[in-house]
Design a protein around this ligand. Structure first.
Ligand code: OGA
Ligand code: NI
Length: 336
Protein backbone atom coordinates (compact mmCIF):
# COMPACT_ATOMS: atom_id res chain seq x y z
CA UNK A 1 0.00 0.00 0.00
CA UNK A 2 1.21 3.48 -0.86
CA UNK A 3 2.75 5.21 2.10
CA UNK A 4 1.22 8.45 3.31
CA UNK A 5 3.28 11.62 2.99
CA UNK A 6 3.82 13.87 6.03
CA UNK A 7 0.75 16.05 6.64
CA UNK A 8 2.62 19.31 6.16
CA UNK A 9 3.09 18.26 2.55
CA UNK A 10 -0.59 18.30 1.75
CA UNK A 11 -2.56 20.40 4.26
CA UNK A 12 -3.81 23.42 2.34
CA UNK A 13 -3.57 27.05 3.42
CA UNK A 14 -6.96 28.59 4.22
CA UNK A 15 -6.88 30.69 1.04
CA UNK A 16 -6.21 27.66 -1.17
CA UNK A 17 -8.92 25.35 0.16
CA UNK A 18 -11.91 24.26 -1.91
CA UNK A 19 -15.15 25.84 -0.74
CA UNK A 20 -17.92 23.38 0.12
CA UNK A 21 -20.95 25.61 -0.34
CA UNK A 22 -20.30 26.58 -3.92
CA UNK A 23 -20.56 23.13 -5.50
CA UNK A 24 -23.70 22.40 -7.49
CA UNK A 25 -24.94 19.00 -8.56
CA UNK A 26 -24.18 17.37 -11.85
CA UNK A 27 -27.66 17.43 -13.29
CA UNK A 28 -26.52 19.75 -16.04
CA UNK A 29 -23.23 18.16 -17.09
CA UNK A 30 -24.13 16.74 -20.53
CA UNK A 31 -24.44 12.97 -20.96
CA UNK A 32 -24.10 11.90 -24.59
CA UNK A 33 -25.40 8.55 -25.80
CA UNK A 34 -23.08 7.27 -28.53
CA UNK A 35 -25.57 4.67 -29.69
CA UNK A 36 -27.77 7.51 -30.99
CA UNK A 37 -28.21 9.01 -34.42
CA UNK A 38 -24.85 10.14 -35.92
CA UNK A 39 -26.09 13.69 -36.48
CA UNK A 40 -27.29 13.92 -32.87
CA UNK A 41 -23.86 12.75 -31.69
CA UNK A 42 -22.00 15.39 -33.73
CA UNK A 43 -24.33 18.16 -32.56
CA UNK A 44 -24.40 17.04 -28.93
CA UNK A 45 -20.59 16.93 -28.80
CA UNK A 46 -20.28 20.34 -30.48
CA UNK A 47 -22.71 21.86 -28.00
CA UNK A 48 -21.03 20.23 -24.98
CA UNK A 49 -17.56 21.33 -26.15
CA UNK A 50 -18.75 24.89 -26.55
CA UNK A 51 -20.77 25.21 -23.37
CA UNK A 52 -18.91 22.95 -20.95
CA UNK A 53 -15.71 21.59 -22.44
CA UNK A 54 -16.85 18.53 -20.53
CA UNK A 55 -19.32 15.65 -20.90
CA UNK A 56 -19.95 12.02 -20.03
CA UNK A 57 -20.18 9.41 -22.79
CA UNK A 58 -22.40 6.33 -22.52
CA UNK A 59 -22.80 3.40 -24.95
CA UNK A 60 -19.44 4.43 -26.35
CA UNK A 61 -18.53 1.04 -27.80
CA UNK A 62 -15.54 0.31 -25.55
CA UNK A 63 -16.15 -3.08 -23.90
CA UNK A 64 -17.05 -2.62 -20.24
CA UNK A 65 -14.78 -5.58 -19.41
CA UNK A 66 -11.83 -3.64 -20.81
CA UNK A 67 -12.63 -0.62 -18.60
CA UNK A 68 -13.12 -2.83 -15.55
CA UNK A 69 -9.83 -4.62 -16.19
CA UNK A 70 -7.85 -1.40 -16.33
CA UNK A 71 -9.39 -0.16 -13.08
CA UNK A 72 -8.63 -3.54 -11.49
CA UNK A 73 -5.06 -3.31 -12.70
CA UNK A 74 -4.78 0.21 -11.24
CA UNK A 75 -6.04 -1.14 -7.91
CA UNK A 76 -3.44 -3.87 -7.99
CA UNK A 77 -0.66 -1.41 -8.80
CA UNK A 78 -1.50 0.91 -5.92
CA UNK A 79 -1.69 -2.08 -3.58
CA UNK A 80 1.94 -2.85 -4.31
CA UNK A 81 4.63 -1.47 -2.05
CA UNK A 82 6.09 1.98 -2.79
CA UNK A 83 9.38 0.29 -3.60
CA UNK A 84 7.73 -1.90 -6.22
CA UNK A 85 6.02 1.12 -7.72
CA UNK A 86 9.10 3.31 -7.67
CA UNK A 87 10.77 0.64 -9.79
CA UNK A 88 8.59 1.89 -12.69
CA UNK A 89 10.66 5.08 -12.66
CA UNK A 90 13.71 3.26 -13.95
CA UNK A 91 11.80 1.99 -16.99
CA UNK A 92 11.80 3.75 -20.27
CA UNK A 93 12.49 7.36 -19.20
CA UNK A 94 15.30 7.77 -21.64
CA UNK A 95 13.11 6.70 -24.51
CA UNK A 96 10.72 9.56 -23.95
CA UNK A 97 10.62 12.81 -25.88
CA UNK A 98 7.91 14.04 -23.58
CA UNK A 99 8.71 16.49 -20.75
CA UNK A 100 6.39 14.45 -18.54
CA UNK A 101 8.61 11.37 -19.12
CA UNK A 102 7.46 8.00 -20.32
CA UNK A 103 6.99 6.34 -16.94
CA UNK A 104 6.69 7.99 -13.63
CA UNK A 105 5.32 6.89 -10.31
CA UNK A 106 4.95 9.62 -7.77
CA UNK A 107 2.79 11.52 -5.35
CA UNK A 108 0.95 14.78 -5.85
CA UNK A 109 1.87 17.11 -8.63
CA UNK A 110 4.46 19.35 -7.04
CA UNK A 111 6.54 16.90 -5.11
CA UNK A 112 9.68 17.49 -7.12
CA UNK A 113 10.31 21.19 -7.03
CA UNK A 114 7.73 23.23 -5.18
CA UNK A 115 7.15 24.20 -1.60
CA UNK A 116 3.46 24.38 -2.50
CA UNK A 117 1.17 21.92 -0.70
CA UNK A 118 0.79 18.75 -2.71
CA UNK A 119 -2.28 16.94 -3.94
CA UNK A 120 -3.19 13.93 -1.84
CA UNK A 121 -2.76 11.27 -4.49
CA UNK A 122 -0.35 8.83 -6.04
CA UNK A 123 -0.09 8.33 -9.75
CA UNK A 124 1.55 6.23 -12.38
CA UNK A 125 2.07 7.92 -15.74
CA UNK A 126 3.10 6.15 -18.87
CA UNK A 127 3.37 7.01 -22.51
CA UNK A 128 0.94 4.58 -24.13
CA UNK A 129 1.96 5.40 -27.67
CA UNK A 130 5.63 4.88 -26.99
CA UNK A 131 5.10 1.71 -24.98
CA UNK A 132 2.96 0.29 -27.78
CA UNK A 133 5.49 1.18 -30.45
CA UNK A 134 8.61 0.06 -28.62
CA UNK A 135 7.02 -2.75 -26.65
CA UNK A 136 8.44 -1.45 -23.40
CA UNK A 137 5.57 -2.16 -21.04
CA UNK A 138 6.27 -2.98 -17.41
CA UNK A 139 6.01 -6.71 -16.73
CA UNK A 140 4.51 -6.56 -13.30
CA UNK A 141 1.80 -7.06 -12.23
CA UNK A 142 1.79 -9.98 -14.65
CA UNK A 143 -1.38 -8.84 -16.45
CA UNK A 144 0.01 -5.31 -17.06
CA UNK A 145 0.89 -5.72 -20.72
CA UNK A 146 -2.18 -7.63 -21.73
CA UNK A 147 -4.63 -5.30 -19.97
CA UNK A 148 -2.94 -2.10 -21.06
CA UNK A 149 -2.48 -3.10 -24.68
CA UNK A 150 -6.11 -4.08 -24.92
CA UNK A 151 -7.25 -0.90 -23.22
CA UNK A 152 -4.92 1.27 -25.29
CA UNK A 153 -6.41 -0.08 -28.50
CA UNK A 154 -9.97 0.37 -27.27
CA UNK A 155 -9.57 3.87 -25.88
CA UNK A 156 -7.57 4.88 -28.95
CA UNK A 157 -10.48 3.83 -31.21
CA UNK A 158 -12.92 5.78 -29.07
CA UNK A 159 -10.61 8.82 -28.96
CA UNK A 160 -10.35 8.86 -32.73
CA UNK A 161 -14.12 8.52 -33.03
CA UNK A 162 -14.41 11.59 -30.78
CA UNK A 163 -11.89 13.56 -32.83
CA UNK A 164 -13.75 12.63 -35.97
CA UNK A 165 -17.05 13.82 -34.52
CA UNK A 166 -15.41 17.00 -33.24
CA UNK A 167 -14.04 17.65 -36.73
CA UNK A 168 -17.48 17.21 -38.23
CA UNK A 169 -19.02 19.56 -35.66
CA UNK A 170 -16.44 22.21 -36.59
CA UNK A 171 -17.01 21.61 -40.31
CA UNK A 172 -13.35 20.67 -40.73
CA UNK A 173 -13.42 17.14 -42.01
CA UNK A 174 -12.32 17.95 -45.52
CA UNK A 175 -9.76 20.64 -44.82
CA UNK A 176 -7.90 19.58 -41.68
CA UNK A 177 -7.41 16.18 -40.16
CA UNK A 178 -7.84 16.35 -36.39
CA UNK A 179 -6.40 12.82 -36.20
CA UNK A 180 -3.06 14.47 -35.57
CA UNK A 181 -4.46 15.37 -32.11
CA UNK A 182 -4.50 11.68 -31.24
CA UNK A 183 -0.96 10.87 -32.27
CA UNK A 184 0.26 10.63 -28.73
CA UNK A 185 -1.66 9.07 -25.87
CA UNK A 186 -0.44 9.42 -22.31
CA UNK A 187 -2.06 7.38 -19.56
CA UNK A 188 -2.28 8.37 -15.92
CA UNK A 189 -3.61 6.11 -13.22
CA UNK A 190 -4.59 8.09 -10.13
CA UNK A 191 -5.02 6.77 -6.61
CA UNK A 192 -6.59 9.30 -4.24
CA UNK A 193 -6.10 8.81 -0.53
CA UNK A 194 -9.01 9.36 1.85
CA UNK A 195 -8.75 12.13 4.41
CA UNK A 196 -10.96 12.50 7.49
CA UNK A 197 -11.41 16.25 6.94
CA UNK A 198 -11.55 16.56 3.14
CA UNK A 199 -11.81 20.35 3.10
CA UNK A 200 -8.25 20.60 4.42
CA UNK A 201 -6.73 18.79 1.44
CA UNK A 202 -7.01 18.45 -2.32
CA UNK A 203 -7.20 15.36 -4.50
CA UNK A 204 -6.17 17.43 -7.50
CA UNK A 205 -5.85 21.21 -7.62
CA UNK A 206 -7.93 23.07 -10.20
CA UNK A 207 -6.39 22.87 -13.67
CA UNK A 208 -7.12 22.34 -17.33
CA UNK A 209 -5.33 19.54 -19.14
CA UNK A 210 -2.63 20.70 -21.57
CA UNK A 211 -3.16 18.40 -24.56
CA UNK A 212 -6.20 18.10 -26.90
CA UNK A 213 -8.77 15.82 -25.26
CA UNK A 214 -8.83 13.67 -22.13
CA UNK A 215 -10.85 10.49 -21.65
CA UNK A 216 -11.31 9.34 -18.07
CA UNK A 217 -12.71 6.36 -16.21
CA UNK A 218 -13.60 7.00 -12.60
CA UNK A 219 -14.70 4.46 -10.01
CA UNK A 220 -17.92 4.99 -8.03
CA UNK A 221 -16.50 7.16 -5.23
CA UNK A 222 -16.92 10.62 -6.80
CA UNK A 223 -15.09 13.86 -6.05
CA UNK A 224 -14.42 15.16 -9.57
CA UNK A 225 -15.73 18.68 -10.17
CA UNK A 226 -15.84 20.89 -13.26
CA UNK A 227 -15.96 24.67 -13.47
CA UNK A 228 -18.42 26.45 -15.76
CA UNK A 229 -18.63 30.25 -15.76
CA UNK A 230 -16.99 30.39 -12.36
CA UNK A 231 -19.31 27.82 -10.73
CA UNK A 232 -18.31 24.29 -9.76
CA UNK A 233 -20.36 21.21 -10.61
CA UNK A 234 -19.89 17.71 -9.23
CA UNK A 235 -19.33 15.14 -11.99
CA UNK A 236 -21.04 12.20 -10.33
CA UNK A 237 -20.01 8.73 -11.46
CA UNK A 238 -22.29 7.32 -14.17
CA UNK A 239 -22.10 3.56 -14.57
CA UNK A 240 -19.79 2.43 -17.39
CA UNK A 241 -19.39 5.99 -18.71
CA UNK A 242 -16.31 7.85 -19.84
CA UNK A 243 -15.79 11.41 -18.70
CA UNK A 244 -14.45 13.44 -21.63
CA UNK A 245 -12.90 16.87 -21.44
CA UNK A 246 -11.55 19.37 -23.90
CA UNK A 247 -7.97 20.36 -23.15
CA UNK A 248 -5.91 23.48 -23.92
CA UNK A 249 -4.62 22.59 -27.37
CA UNK A 250 -8.14 22.16 -28.72
CA UNK A 251 -9.11 25.52 -27.20
CA UNK A 252 -6.13 27.05 -29.03
CA UNK A 253 -6.94 25.37 -32.35
CA UNK A 254 -10.59 26.40 -32.24
CA UNK A 255 -9.63 29.95 -31.23
CA UNK A 256 -11.57 29.49 -27.97
CA UNK A 257 -14.77 28.32 -29.67
CA UNK A 258 -14.31 25.18 -27.59
CA UNK A 259 -13.12 25.71 -24.04
CA UNK A 260 -10.72 23.56 -22.10
CA UNK A 261 -12.53 22.73 -18.90
CA UNK A 262 -11.03 23.59 -15.54
CA UNK A 263 -11.52 20.68 -13.14
CA UNK A 264 -10.39 19.45 -9.74
CA UNK A 265 -10.83 16.50 -7.38
CA UNK A 266 -12.03 16.61 -3.79
CA UNK A 267 -10.84 13.96 -1.34
CA UNK A 268 -13.33 11.56 0.28
CA UNK A 269 -13.52 11.28 4.09
CA UNK A 270 -13.33 7.47 4.13
CA UNK A 271 -12.78 5.97 0.73
CA UNK A 272 -9.81 5.93 -1.58
CA UNK A 273 -10.61 6.65 -5.24
CA UNK A 274 -9.21 5.42 -8.54
CA UNK A 275 -9.25 6.98 -11.97
CA UNK A 276 -7.52 6.17 -15.24
CA UNK A 277 -7.08 8.97 -17.75
CA UNK A 278 -5.96 8.84 -21.39
CA UNK A 279 -4.66 12.18 -22.63
CA UNK A 280 -4.74 12.56 -26.41
CA UNK A 281 -2.50 15.07 -28.13
CA UNK A 282 -0.15 15.66 -31.04
CA UNK A 283 3.49 14.60 -31.30
CA UNK A 284 6.08 16.75 -29.54
CA UNK A 285 7.17 18.61 -32.69
CA UNK A 286 3.68 19.50 -33.89
CA UNK A 287 3.03 23.23 -34.09
CA UNK A 288 -0.39 24.12 -32.70
CA UNK A 289 -2.20 27.40 -33.31
CA UNK A 290 -5.67 28.63 -34.25
CA UNK A 291 -6.79 26.81 -37.42
CA UNK A 292 -6.94 28.96 -40.58
CA UNK A 293 -10.37 27.43 -41.24
CA UNK A 294 -11.64 28.95 -38.01
CA UNK A 295 -10.03 32.38 -37.80
CA UNK A 296 -11.19 35.28 -39.95
CA UNK A 297 -11.12 39.06 -39.98
CA UNK A 298 -14.03 39.11 -37.54
CA UNK A 299 -12.51 36.29 -35.50
CA UNK A 300 -8.78 37.09 -35.39
CA UNK A 301 -6.37 34.65 -33.72
CA UNK A 302 -6.33 34.86 -29.93
CA UNK A 303 -3.23 32.66 -29.59
CA UNK A 304 0.16 32.41 -31.23
CA UNK A 305 1.47 29.20 -32.70
CA UNK A 306 3.49 27.04 -30.34
CA UNK A 307 5.45 23.80 -30.61
CA UNK A 308 3.78 21.14 -28.47
CA UNK A 309 6.95 20.32 -26.58
CA UNK A 310 7.34 23.98 -25.50
CA UNK A 311 3.72 24.18 -24.41
CA UNK A 312 4.05 21.07 -22.28
CA UNK A 313 7.38 22.14 -20.82
CA UNK A 314 5.90 25.37 -19.50
CA UNK A 315 2.77 23.50 -18.29
CA UNK A 316 4.90 21.17 -16.17
CA UNK A 317 6.99 24.09 -14.93
CA UNK A 318 3.89 26.01 -13.79
CA UNK A 319 2.36 23.11 -11.88
CA UNK A 320 -1.41 22.81 -11.68
CA UNK A 321 -2.69 26.35 -11.64
CA UNK A 322 -6.10 26.79 -13.24
CA UNK A 323 -5.81 27.79 -16.90
CA UNK A 324 -2.62 29.78 -16.43
CA UNK A 325 -0.70 27.81 -19.06
CA UNK A 326 -2.79 29.38 -21.82
CA UNK A 327 -1.28 32.78 -20.94
CA UNK A 328 1.93 31.51 -22.50
CA UNK A 329 0.40 31.60 -25.99
CA UNK A 330 -2.23 34.35 -25.57
CA UNK A 331 -1.90 37.31 -27.93
CA UNK A 332 -2.55 40.80 -26.55
CA UNK A 333 -6.09 40.94 -27.96
CA UNK A 334 -6.98 37.85 -25.87
CA UNK A 335 -5.80 39.39 -22.61
CA UNK A 336 -9.02 41.08 -21.65
C1 OGA B 1 -5.92 14.56 -14.29
C2 OGA B 1 -7.25 14.73 -13.66
C3 OGA B 1 -9.17 13.76 -12.60
C4 OGA B 1 -9.58 12.52 -11.89
O1 OGA B 1 -5.28 13.51 -14.03
O2 OGA B 1 -5.51 15.46 -15.05
O3 OGA B 1 -7.80 15.79 -13.77
O4 OGA B 1 -10.78 12.37 -11.66
N1 OGA B 1 -7.83 13.70 -13.04
O5 OGA B 1 -8.73 11.72 -11.54
NI1 NI C 1 -6.99 16.87 -15.43
Amino acid sequence: MARVAPEENYLQDLKDRFQEAEVLDDSQVPIIDFSGDPKYIVDAIAWACQEWGFFQAINHGVPIASMKNVLKLAKEIFNQTSEENEAYNSLGNKLSDDPSEAYRYGSGFNDRKDAKAIDLKYFLRLDYSLAREEDIWPESPSCFREVMKEYHDQVSTFGHCLLDNISKGLGLEKSYDLKVMGEKIICIMNYYLPYHTPELVKGVSAHSDPRAISILIQDDVGGLEVCKHGRWFAVKPVKDAFVVNIADQLQIMTNAKYKSAEHRVRAHPEKSRLSVVAFFGPGMDTVVGPLPEIVSEENPPLYRECVTKDYLTQFYANGLDGKRSLDYVKLDRAKV
